[in-house]
Ligand binder design. Structure first.
Ligand code: PAF
Length: 279
């Protein structure tokens, strides 16, 4: 595995690969790799000639009071995992290289972001699509792999790819969970012992919500039950519970179309998100 920090060097490598007709699978990450990322790398490995994984903690997608400084980082461990699990090129640019003039020219997302994390984290998805636009231009992947834990991100990237005619296939992959059901996330390390014990309840409550929906309950009943179960956890606070069409992310009255039941919950030092998509 090669580690590339320089953008020009990365672009030259991509140029050569394209001349050779190689298909590139791309896994963008912010590092602190876990089994969720690894599952994306392994899938990319199976479906492409070559896998590029990027590690870049993108300052532009963090709000002023968010956890950019606390975001966990461990490059040595990431490098080892990426190598062992099938990455060919690890792209690890610096913030100065990605944003030589500060934020510079940025992208603005105007659809699918007035709900869920987009509503709670203003500017977050502008930062995500700005960095992904840069990364797609540098790496020119044939396929890009994203986890459905960040289902809104998948919906926004789907719109980015369509709006800007990127010749990239978006591959949305299932959420990878711990044995007790907690969705794998780099932020889980910031949970206290007590919070870690309680956190699997987020998924348990989502499963009960799905069951209720499948039994025929209406959207408002499912939402209220989920909200009240989360409120009873009492270790943190619910940021949102929303039930929307997927991937359009519009309000729904019934479960007659693909629908996402999504939540965000704030523990002391970690805000966790999770969801279930009912197809
Ligand atoms: O999902 C993430 O880790 C980030 O939002 C991404 C896609 C790498 C962009 O910075």
């Amino acid at each position: 595995m090669k580690v590339i920090r320089n953008i020009n060097e990365m672009q030259q490598i991509v140029k050569d690969l394209k001349i050779q007709g190689k298909e590139i699978g791309f896994v963008p990450t912010m590092g602190f790799l876990h089994e969720g990322h690894i599952s994306l790398i392994e899938r990319a490995r199976n479906e492409n000639d070559l896998v590029v994984t990027s590690i870049f903690v993108n300052p532009l997608q963090f709000g002023p009071n968010e956890d950019f400084d606390q975001y966990p980082r461990d490059f040595e461990r990431d490098e080892r995992l990426a190598r062992e699990r099938g990455t060919d090129i690890l792209f690890y640019p610096s913030a100065e290289a990605m944003y030589p003039k500060g934020a510079g020219t940025v992208m603005k997302v105007t659809s699918r972001t007035d709900v869920l994390c987009g509503e709670k984290r203003p500017g977050h998805f502008d930062g995500v699509v700005t960095v992904l636009t840069k990364l797609f231009h540098i790496i020119q992947p044939d396929r890009a792999y994203f986890g459905l834990k960040d289902a809104q991100q998948v919906a926004v990237v789907d719109d980015l790819i369509r709006s800007y005619f990127f010749p990239v296939e978006l591959v949305a992959c299932p959420t990878v969970r711990e044995e007790d059901g907690l969705a794998k996330s780099s932020r889980n390390v910031n949970l206290s012992t007590e919070e870690r014990k309680a956190a699997p309840k987020l998924y348990e409550h989502l499963l009960s919500a799905r069951k209720l929906a499948e039994e025929g309950a209406d959207v408002e009943t499912v939402r209220s039950q989920l909200l009240s179960e989360l409120d009873q956890m009492a270790l943190g606070e619910t940021d949102y519970v929303q039930i929307l069409s997927y991937p359009g992310l519009e309000a729904v009255q019934t479960f007659d179309q693909p629908t996402i039941i999504a939540l965000a919950y704030r523990f002391q030092k970690a805000r966790l998100i999770d969801n279930i998509i009912i197809r």
